[in-house]
Write a protein that binds this ligand. Structure first.
Ligand SMILES: CC(C)(COP(=O)(O)OP(=O)(O)OC[C@H]1O[C@@H](n2cnc3c(N)ncnc32)[C@H](O)[C@@H]1OP(=O)(O)O)[C@@H](O)C(=O)NCCC(=O)NCCS
Length: 148
């Protein structure tokens, strides 16, 4: 299967991300509410500084998204893959893509999200603390190179 990671560009890309994000929102540690069409449209039009949104394509079709939020000393990473395309290395490819562009990544993961914890551990992330049922895992350049 060919996996390509590319920037989200069009309103349709952002609508795809909205739906996938809403369907998986209980796994994500940020705002747990549903995002409506108009809120997402505003996000597309404004493209807030510090946030980069990418789509994964599997054999030319959208199959997931990668959101990177740049902060002072790190970049927060979120990956979501369509259930129909899971277990084929899409998220691993998204982490590789992000690690090649950012020297330090942080993932905030619900402690109960075994799949995500395993994904990040396999990619070289190290546990960096926990609070309120959430864990922080971090990946620096050296660890990413070792895991590659
Ligand atoms: C977590 C998620 C992004 C993984 O996507 P994916 O494309 O299926 O993951 P990959 O195929 O790249 O798998 C990479 C590694 O993750 C782990 N993994 C993936 N699916 C797994 C499963 N069902 N059970 C256990 N480990 C799993 C494995 O360690 C795997 O590596 P391995 O096969 O070499 O052991 C996907 O399950 C998802 O979108 N979940 C809902 C949203 C979410 O929790 N996102 C993370 C937010 S912190």
């Amino acid at each position: 299967m060919g996996i390509v990671i590319r920037p989200a560009r069009s309103a349709l890309d952002f609508e795809y991300v909205r739906r996938l994000r809403n369907a998986n929102r209980t796994h994500l540690t940020g705002d747990g509410g549903r995002i409506g069409v108009f809120r997402q449209l505003r996000f597309w039009l404004r493209r807030p500084a510090g946030i980069d949104l990418y789509l994964a394509e599997c054999d030319g079709r959208r199959c997931g998204y990668l959101l990177l939020r740049r902060a002072d000393a790190t970049t927060y990473i979120t990956e979501v893959v369509d259930v129909r395309h899971r277990g084929r290395g899409v998220a691993r490819e998204m982490i590789r893509f992000a690690a090649a562009r950012h020297p330090h990544l942080s993932a905030e993961i619900f402690a109960a999200n075994e799949v995500s914890r395993r994904l990040h551990a396999r990619a070289g992330f190290a546990f960096a603390g926990a609070a309120d049922g959430r864990e922080r895992h971090v990946l620096d350049d050296a660890a990413a190179a070792r895991a590659a």
